[in-house]
Design a protein around this ligand. Structure first.
Ligand code: GTP
Ligand code: ZN
Length: 376
């Protein structure tokens, strides 16, 4: 299996951002890590030479105000802003201008659909052309990575000192080459006593992905593999709203059977809750589902992608485990395609459908009808 290699050069942290003050010089990946951290804390960011952006959900800046906000096309559409047809998707950025300066308290109902009923009247606003499109798109992606609502006060007064980065830094941060095996240990589990847990780490990303290897690795046999995306509600609490918990248990049970028959299995536990929008935004989506939206529309209405998972990270984990071909347990053809695009041979798709219940029937039907999952 792959060995851990330190991916960073000795001068890690010394990369230059043109025109940035010396105190903010850092490698691109480190700048993204700092920006995600800033948004989570409610601090402003500045991407390239674009104006400062203050995250509406988390900022604690009572004096901050601006007459402009950067929001998602989906939120702009709910504000009845006309020329949003040009926006390719609900999470594309839209710059809106109000007739009067807004503080954070006024901006929050614009950002959060949960406040739509409490504060029905907002505006008037008009949409403006965004001069810094790449930077605005990077800001929406950073908000998703930080797990916050994608909305910013644009160029606000009294925002404080921003964390600086470049839009192009995101590509370096997403590069999975920097992922390494941090440690591994034997872990007997109820499904199989022959299990080993392997933890992965990337310095600029706090999410620690994990692999469970069940049975004895035999590199002459293609392992049964499951890419399981974190679902706190389903995995831990036994939520009936999705099929994650039963799928996790069934995957481990099938791998244990394989192991008994001389084969082996690998479960990748990927820390991409809510298909990559984070726990809090997933729970916001659940609130919208209670109001009648399905799983696809609820994400879209929040201005977040319906699917934002990082499958190259799974390919990199398999690579570090010395595996380049898998028998993949999934009903999701997009997962097969994403893994193959990342260089892994999917020798077989093994169906992984579990019985529905009264609470997840609609969710599963939506996955089948709108997300192309192969479900009966
Ligand atoms: N945003 C959002 N995420 C959800 C919802 N329900 C489950 N999830 C997340 O979806 C992920 C599981 O993905 P699914 O789409 O159910 O299944 P899949 O892994 O793509 O497909 P299979 O391999 O066939 O199971 C987990 O990260 C869950 O947290 C929801 O209603 N909204
Ligand atoms: Zn789930």
């Amino acid at each position: 299996m792959g060995k851990a290699v330190r991916p960073y050069p000795a001068d890690y942290g010394d990369g230059q951002l043109s025109a940035a003050p010396a105190s903010t010089s850092a490698s691109p990946a480190r700048r993204v890590a700092q920006a995600v951290d800033a948004l989570r804390h409610g601090w402003p960011i500045r991407i390239g030479e674009a104006p400062v952006l203050l995250p509406v959900e988390t900022a604690l800046a009572p004096q901050a105000s601006s007459d402009r906000a950067l929001i998602s096309a989906a939120r702009a559409a709910t504000l009845k802003l006309a020329n949003q047809r040009e926006a390719a998707s609900g999470h594309a950025p839209v710059l809106i201008r109000s007739s009067a300066p807004m503080g954070l308290d006024e901006a929050r109902p614009i950002a959060d659909p949960a406040l739509d009923l409490v504060v029905p009247l907002k505006g008037p606003f008009r949409a403006e052309t965004i001069a810094c499109k790449a930077e605005a798109e990077a800001a929406m992606e950073l908000a998703r990575l930080a797990g916050i609502l994608p909305a910013f006060l644009f160029d606000p007064a009294h925002a404080g000192e921003p964390v600086r980065l470049a839009a192009s830094d995101l590509a370096a941060w997403s590069d999975q080459v920097a992922l390494t095996i941090a440690t591994r240990a034997r872990l007997p589990i109820s499904a199989s006593e022959e299990a080993e847990v392997i933890a992965f780490r990337k310095l600029d990303d706090m999410r620690e992905h994990v692999a469970l290897v069940i049975g004895n690795p035999d590199f002459d046999r293609v392992p049964l593999v499951r890419l399981h995306s974190e679902c706190l509600t389903g995995d831990i609490f036994g939520s009936l709203k999705c099929d994650c918990g039963p799928q996790l248990d069934a995957a481990l049970a099938r791998m244990a059977e394989e192991a008994k028959a001389g084969g082996w299995g690998i479960l990748l536990y990927l820390r991409q809750e809510g298909r990559g929008i984070g726990l809090i935004n997933k729970l916001r989506a659940y609130r919208l589902q209670d109001a009648g939206f399905d799983t696809v529309d609820a994400n879209a209405r929040l201005g977040l992608p319906v699917e934002a998972r990082d499958f190259p990270v799974a390919a990199r984990m398999l690579d570090l485990l010395g595996v380049n071909a898998v028998r993949l347990l999934t009903n999701n053809p997009a997962k097969v395609a994403a893994l193959e695009a990342a260089g892994v041979t999917v020798a077989e798709r093994v169906e992984h459908q579990l019985p529905a219940n009264a609470h997840n029937q609609r969710y599963l039907a939506t996955k089948r009808d709108r997300a192309g999952h192969l479900l009966k």
